[in-house]
Design a binder for this molecule. Structure first.
Ligand code: GLA
Length: 408
């Protein structure tokens, strides 16, 4: 295991040879982290979300072997994991990060892809792990792309995303939506992506931030998606939808449906329609969860328009609105994320901030004028450390590309 440093393709190659020795062709791939600009916890409610891939990459180097062995090493995590391509892969706590890779292999095998040899892999990531900017999806999708390309499977980007999600559901036992895997597989530099999660289709929107930058602010709070209340939130939404469908309330306002019994998902309800039917939900918690989904979907549509119209101030105010809703209605923020957002919002040049990703820790983002970015980082760090008792992590990000092959 090495001390943490910023990995480059050259260093990845050097280290691969150090670990496995010289030999046949080494192929190398980069897989980005992501921020979600807005549209939180609605990907699994048929909503539209607005993420962007960022210029922080996880790297995966692969070389085919002449036997059927599989060997995984990670530059920054200790332990070598060895399997055989003919194994039937099962989740096992002691396999640590190798579970993400085995999960993908298990999906590939289920889908009928067959391997003529084993392979060796070196992972090296510049993405903070379990930090809420999708380090695990970067690993899953980066590895899936690397294997697909190396073995000539030619799996499409969309199918790579779906495979990453399938592996989370079936292997890792996390009932996640499609947002993270999709943006990581399909992202494009200088754009954000409006992803319609009901149709599983996307539209690229130029990410013109002018003099503004997104700063990623990491709570550094320890958490794992599976330990969190993620799956619970998902079932509360399902309950909300079931109540509305059962109540069969006619809707006079225009939307996807004219009666709640026909609602395909919560995000098909407009805010005006929610006014008409929301009272059918008597449980206050379920009511708040549903209200978050409906209002968040509306904020996404407004945010996309604001970005297209270069109205960054409007975009920023929608970010604050999203955070409030995630704090009060969806209840997935917590003191660490709230502190980051609140302190950032008071800094000169900051026009918006919100938690990003699943919440319960992880990261927030702030939209700030570039001339004030450094001061924001310094001041928020100081205040955060004072209030929370340990330091957060901060960096300015730009947009990045989805999974791709790299060369050194
Ligand atoms: C995690 C999940 C995504 C999405 C977000 C919340 O990142 O992997 O599918 O649900 O949380 O928006």
């Amino acid at each position: 295991m090495k001390e943490k440093f910023m990995v480059t393709p050259e260093l990845l190659k050097e280290n691969f040879i150090e670990v496995y020795g010289e030999g046949a062709e080494i192929r190398m791939f980069a897989s980005p982290a992501r921020i979600n600009i807005i549209g939180e916890h609605i990907d699994y409610n048929g909503g539209k979300v607005f993420p962007a891939a960022i210029d922080r990459y996880l790297y995966c180097a692969v070389r085919k072997r002449s036997d059927s062995k599989i060997i995984y090493n990670d530059l920054f995590f200790s332990g070598t994991f060895t399997f055989d391509i003919n194994d039937s892969f099962k989740f096992d706590e002691k396999n640590d990060y190798a579970n993400f890779l085995n999960g993908i292999l298990s999906c590939m095998k289920k889908q009928g892809y067959s391997f003529d040899t084993g392979f060796e892999v070196l992972i090296a990531s510049n993405v903070p792990s379990a930090g809420g900017i999708s380090s695990s999806s970067a690993l899953e999708c980066g590895f899936a792309w690397a294997i697909s390309e190396t073995f000539g499977f030619n799996i499409s980007r969309k199918d790579i995303a779906l495979m990453g999600q399938q592996s989370e559901h079936e292997f890792m036992n996390v009932n996640c939506g499609i947002m993270d895997q999709y943006i990581i597989a399909t992202g494009k530099k200088d754009t954000a992506e409006v992803l319609d999660c009901a149709k599983v289709e996307h539209e690229y929107v130029p990410l013109n931030l002018g003099d503004y930058r997104f700063i990623v602010m990491n709570t550094k709070k320890k958490r794992r998606l599976a330990d969190s209340k993620y799956n619970e939130r998902r079932s509360q939404c399902e309950e909300g939808l079931a109540i509305l469908k059962k109540a069969a309330i006619p809707l006079s306002n225009t939307g996807v449906c004219s009666n709640t019994k026909d609602l395909p998902d919560l995000c098909s309800l407009t805010p005006a329609q929610f006014e008409e039917c929301g009272n059918a939900i008597k449980d206050e918690i379920i009511y708040k969860r549903v209200r978050h989904c409906v209002t968040e979907m509306d904020r996404v549509l407004q945010a996309v328009d604001a970005l297209k119209a270069n109205d960054l101030v409007k975009l920023g105010s929608l970010l604050y609105g999203s955070h409030d809703s995630l704090k009060n209605d969806y209840e997935v923020t917590g003191i660490e994320l709230d502190t980051l957002v609140e302190v950032a919002s008071k800094q000169t040049g900051c026009i918006g901030a919100r938690m990003t990703g699943a919440g319960f820790g992880g990261c927030a983002i702030a939209l700030v004028h570039k001339d004030y970015a450094e001061a924001l980082i310094e001041n928020v760090q100081k205040e955060y450390t004072k209030i929370i008792g340990y330091e957060g992590g901060f960096f300015a990000c730009s947009s990045g590309d989805g999974v791709k092959e790299i060369f050194a």
